[in-house]
Design a protein around this ligand. Structure first.
Ligand SMILES: O=CC(=O)O
Length: 358
């Protein structure tokens, strides 16, 4: 092989720029590069994943070298003729984008466990394989869910605000009281790996009972946490803490609405670390502002970012985080590595490590 592996790596490094600079290459080097599958990476992903792509010697990739999303028009241009695409959850992968990419595109790898940004129907129609990143983020998401649950139920944001701004007059008997996990019933809407991991972390807080609902009972997962299958109605009625862990699909869109909130206890805490679209936010605002439920902790909203003048931000009993559930260095690097490996395997025509089967 005329072009050594080292030279190829040098070329791949050079290609890593939104400007796609390839100056200084001999024509032979350029020819060698041009036989490799072309990949577009829509964001500056954590270093592990980039290292895997660079060192593979198997792809020529171009990167949107920024921490902010690539503008849509730029993306539509850049994907033209690519064989593979590595994206994050802010990119809408729909018919328009797939048409712009054209028929070479055979592999899509998303650095996310969620896939509501992908038009599965369009991908299936075109025979494009999909990689995603479940499991590697389970621990981080479960930890954050416990953190936001306790922050909301024990009113930590309100408390630090009072302490800092002079509201801390004296010790008072019922001031800033919240709700405790001991002896409580915790409900999980959508029991998967993340729901189980949350329950495992909450059990040592002396939770009395775990209940869950899903499309159907999931006895293998439920037995690990001794959780009882109930209807959505019962979940709403019995839960002292209700954690939403389901994927956003047409079936779960706005499943948390007026009807659900109206069945919840006025001492209940609602937690969502899945997708904002599973909640009707107007109904949630109503439930929180009228005292129908005690509090809500949200890591996800519609839209993201939620405008700073959104009514939910005016409520003391609503804790809102900017979609950070998987945001630990370890997890984001693991997601990036898995996304890169899924992509490379897909391009080689091998089974991906985590492939979404359509
Ligand atoms: O929300 C995060 C993800 O889908 O990975």
């Amino acid at each position: 092989m005329w072009c050594s592996r080292m030279a190829l790596r040098r070329l791949q490094r050079i290609a890593v720029t939104p400007l796609n600079i390839t100056g200084g290459l001999t024509s032979n080097m350029q020819r060698e590069m041009s036989t490799l599958p072309r990949v577009y990476v829509t964001r500056q992903i954590p270093p592990e994943g980039l290292k895997i792509l660079r060192e593979s010697g198997q792809v020529q990739f171009e990167l949107w070298d920024s921490d902010d999303p690539v503008p849509r028009q730029e993306l539509l241009q850049r994907v033209k003729g690519v064989d593979g695409l590595l994206c994050v959850l802010t990119e809408k992968i729909d018919a328009e984008l797939l048409d712009a990419a054209g028929p070479n595109l055979k592999v899509l790898s998303t650095m996310s466990v969620g896939f509501d940004h992908l038009s599965l129907e369009e991908l299936k129609k075109r025979g494009i394989r999909i990689g995603y990143t479940p499991e590697v983020l389970t621990d981080a998401v479960a930890e954050l869910t416990v953190a936001v649950l306790l922050t909301t139920s024990r009113r930590l944001i309100e408390a630090t605000h009072e302490a800092k701004t002079g509201g801390w007059g004296t010790w008072r008997t019922l001031w800033l009281c919240g709700y405790e996990l001991a002896n409580s019933t915790v409900g999980i809407l959508g029991l998967g790996r993340i729901g189980v991991a949350i329950a495992e972390r909450l059990a040592p807080f002396k939770v009395k009972k775990f209940i869950y609902t899903d499309m159907e009972p999931r006895p293998e997962l439920a037995s690990a946490i001794n959780a009882e299958y109930v209807s959505l109605d019962e979940l709403a009625k019995q839960s002292d803490f209700l954690a939403v862990c389901c994927a956003l699909t047409p079936e779960t869109k706005e499943i948390c609405n007026k009807e659900l909130f109206s069945k919840m206890k006025n001492t209940s805490i609602f937690i969502n670390t899945s997708r904002g679209g599973v909640v009707n936010q107007e109904d949630l605002y109503e439930a929180l502002s009228t005292g129908q439920i005690a509090g809500a902790g949200l890591d996800v909203t519609v839209p993201e970012p939620l405008p700073t003048n959104h009514p939910l931000f005016t409520l003391k009993n609503c804790v809102i985080l900017p979609h950070i559930a998987s945001a630990s260095y370890t997890t984001r690097n693991a997601m990036s590595a898995l996304a890169a490996n899924n992509l490379l395997r897909g391009l080689r025509g091998e089974p991906m490590i985590k492939e979404l089967k359509l």
